[in-house]
Design a protein around this ligand. Structure first.
Ligand code: PEP
Length: 251
């Protein structure tokens, strides 16, 4: 099965309202409407404004996190229904910055993943090992555990219609990307893990690589058979760099 490439920009907690609008407009103007899907994930306060700019264009909107609760007394949280209302199609769950700094567990990520799907959002579930875990030879085991949490209790079918982002923690924001062959090996391992539960889901799930993707390394990373695009942090804040990365993915 040919999987359509996807490139997602994670703007994290950067920029101002003016900069977010400027960046969104630059992407809409410069984005080649090609063979890749493209999405951007601005900070919550700027979602509505960016939604207005990208509406009706090939650039889709996503959020960086979502509450596992549907609604109610959860001060400071944002629900999947609210994200859907404001025009989001995508939502990142389980980013390593939340797993490591905010103590998000595999179970919490799984709950967010399910809630997003129930509300009509497509989750992008992040998995990845730390440097310590890689050096201890535990990378595949750690990532396998994170993927298993998504697959448990019949979750494999949902995974087939969603996105997994393999983001080695040591490669995020460090300028040190995984070697394409090493990333490919982990993507293959993730796909095999999904296949062990549901073969069709393994064929359809898009597995993105994230961790210091830039306009120079993107083409080689994306040429790997099990790398279906990228989740891009730093380089997504510069429209020219992000558009070059989208082009490298076929978009
Ligand atoms: C990320 O935070 O998802 C990420 C991949 O960041 P960067 O591209 O800056 O490494």
């Amino acid at each position: 099965m040919a999987r359509r490439p996807l490139v997602v920009g994670n703007w994290k907690m950067n920029g101002t309202a003016r900069e977010a609008a400027h960046l969104a407009r630059a992407l809409v103007d410069g984005h080649p409407d090609g063979a890749a899907d493209v999405a951007v994930c601005p900070p919550f306060p700027y979602l509505a404004a960016v939604a207005g700019i990208v509406a009706g264009t090939p650039v889709a909107l996503g959020a960086q996190d979502v509450s596992p609760q549907a609604s109610g007394a959860h001060t400071g949280e944002v629900s999947a229904g609210m994200l859907h209302d404001v025009g989001c199609r995508w939502v990142i769950v389980g980013h390593s910055e939340r797993r490591t700094r905010l103590g998000e567990t595999d179970e919490a990520v799984r709950a967010k993943f399910e809630r997003a799907r129930e509300s009509g959002l497509a989750p992008i579930a992040c998995v990845g090992e730390t440097l310590e875990e890689r050096e201890a030879g535990e990378a595949e085991q750690v990532v396998g555990r994170q993927v298993d949490a998504l697959l448990a209790d019949g979750g494999a079918e949902a995974v087939g219609e969603s996105v997994i982002a393999y983001e080695p923690v040591w490669a995020i924001g460090t300028g040190r990307n995984a070697a394409p062959e090493d990333a490919q090996a982990m993507h293959r391992a993730v796909r095999d893990r999904v296949a062990s539960r549901r073969a069709a889901a393994a064929e359809s799930v898009r597995i993105l690589y994230g961790g210091s993707v830039n306009e120079k390394n993107a083409a080689e990373l994306f040429s790997m058979p099990d790398i279906d695009g990228g989740l891009v942090g730093g380089a997504s804040l510069d429209p020219d760099r992000f558009i070059a990365i989208c082009r490298a993915a076929g978009g």
